[in-house]
Design a protein around this ligand. Structure first.
Ligand code: ADP
Length: 423
């Protein structure tokens, strides 16, 4: 089981690494596409401006290299040097026409700067046909001090426009990511399912073994008891009857475990509540486990507070819980000394089962309540179990709207505390 859970972790890790690599490659590609679109935008704006200069004759020396009269202050702002005062109406119409001709479809704020007045003397908002961001910015255009007149072109939504041009790429990357995540989840669930199936298979195999051995022993003992002259050997008779009794008790406890499994498989436990004395129930549970306690030469002490121990709960289930906790306390200690105490901590009734066993390391303390979870190190290997008992106990306590806690230190022992509502 440990190996399989390791494989499960490996599968998750590999899928995560693969998805991360693919996402990283996608991001690099998106960045490349962004740079390409940005470059394309700049080229288109430059082409529009060149054509604009040719149409409008804005500079005295038309042979002047256009590049010299254009200044790209930053990515969003272009300054176009002019030597004359152009006809405004014609200027805006021409500008808009050129931008459209060269596929620059994002809105643009244009203005004319006068060096004498050191401010913009005319401003126009150029709303382009495909402009996705028509809202006109109210912010004043920044003034760039130059010793010549110029037309400023400011593209307030350049970034968004470029991103918008990349719609297809972003969409397809998003889709790919979704497919990958879906794929990752499917692998995870399929593997988890497989993991559970195999654990269950293991479990059935173990259980068959657990039943086979006592049945074989009972059969042998019964055969012996069947012998004709057995009545003349009372010692032998007693001995074999004892074996049958012991093995039947073992089988009984296995059947009880099977029932627990059936219950833990259900999402909802039907409770039959009644009022009863918990202290009495504890005494009865200890009595049930007496053979096991004697076998391990253990001691079970009880300290019941001077309180009214009547609660309203499902007696049969609570009995199984107590048996599970006491059985574990016996199982996981060399010579068990167990202390069971009860007290009322309104509105809760608390039952503590304290042992002097091997203890549970902090990293396992939460997990021991999970289905099939067993701590598989050192001496624990020798004690039989399926990792279902505590899961069952937690389920019962949760259904009662109670709590189960564990306080433990390896080598020093553990205390399991059940807290149940009194009413
Ligand atoms: P199991 O059938 O293995 O005992 P449980 O669900 O009852 O299953 O317990 C889960 C695991 O928690 C056990 O395998 C054991 O390692 C640990 N455990 C439970 N109770 C104790 C205890 N009193 N002392 C030490 N370890 C315990």
């Amino acid at each position: 089981m440990v190996i399989r859970s390791k494989t499960l972790r490996l599968v998750i890790l590999t899928s995560t690494v693969l998805i991360t690599i693919i996402v990283a490659i996608q991001l690099v590609w998106l960045q490349k596409v962004y740079l390409y679109e940005e470059k394309q935008f700049n080229i288109n704006v430059s082409k529009s401006i060149r054509s604009f200069y040719t149409d409008m004759q804005l500079v005295n020396d038309a042979t002047d290299n256009v590049q010299k009269v254009i200044e790209n202050v930053n990515q969003d702002v272009y300054l176009l040097k002019i030597d004359c005062s152009p006809n405004l109406e014609q200027l805006w119409v021409n500008l808009k026409g050129e931008l459209i001709d060269f596929d620059v479809y994002t809105d643009c704020r244009a203005a004319i700067y006068s060096v004498i007045e050191n401010k913009y003397i005319a401003e126009q908002y150029i709303d382009l046909p495909d402009s996705y961001f028509p809202s006109q910015s109210k912010k004043a255009l920044p003034v760039y001090k130059r010793d010549y007149d110029y037309i400023i072109l400011y593209f307030p939504h350049r970034g968004q426009y470029i991103v918008n041009q990349m719609k297809f790429w972003i969409g397809s990357s998003g889709l790919l990511l979704l497919v990958l995540i879906g794929f990752g989840f499917s692998i995870f669930y399929l593997y988890r399912q497989k993991f559970f199936n195999e654990t269950q298979k293991d479990f059935v195999n173990n259980f068959t073994h657990e039943f086979k051995t006592p049945l074989a022993v009972i059969k042998i003992a019964a055969d012996v008891l069947h012998q004709k002259n057995i009545i003349e050997k009372p010692e032998k008779l007693k001995n074999y009857a004892g074996i049958i009794q012991e093995q039947t008790a073992h089988l009984q406890s296995q059947v009880q475990k099977l029932l627990e499994i059936a219950y833990t498989d259900r999402s909802h436990l039907p409770l039959t509540k009644e009022r009863f004395d918990v202290n009495l129930l504890i005494a009865e549970s200890i009595e049930d486990l007496q053979p096991l306690i004697e076998q391990k030469k253990g001691i079970v002490k009880t300290s019941f507070g001077q309180c009214d121990a009547i609660i309203n709960a499902d007696k049969a289930y609570l009995r199984l819980c107590l048996i599970n906790l006491i059985e574990n306390a016996i199982k996981y200690a060399a010579v068990p000394v167990i202390d069971i105490s009860t007290k009322i901590d309104p509105p809760l009734f608390c039952i503590a089962v304290k042992d002097n066993g091997i203890g549970i390391a902090i990293e396992h303390q939460k997990k021991i309540f999970e289905r099939f979870y067993r701590i598989t190190d050192g001496e624990r290997h020798s004690s039989k179990g399926f990792g279902l008992g505590l899961n069952f106990v937690k389920k019962v306590i949760d259904t009662h709207k109670g709590k189960i806690e564990v306080i433990s230190e390896p080598g020093k022992g553990s205390t399991f505390i059940i807290k149940l509502p009194c009413k």
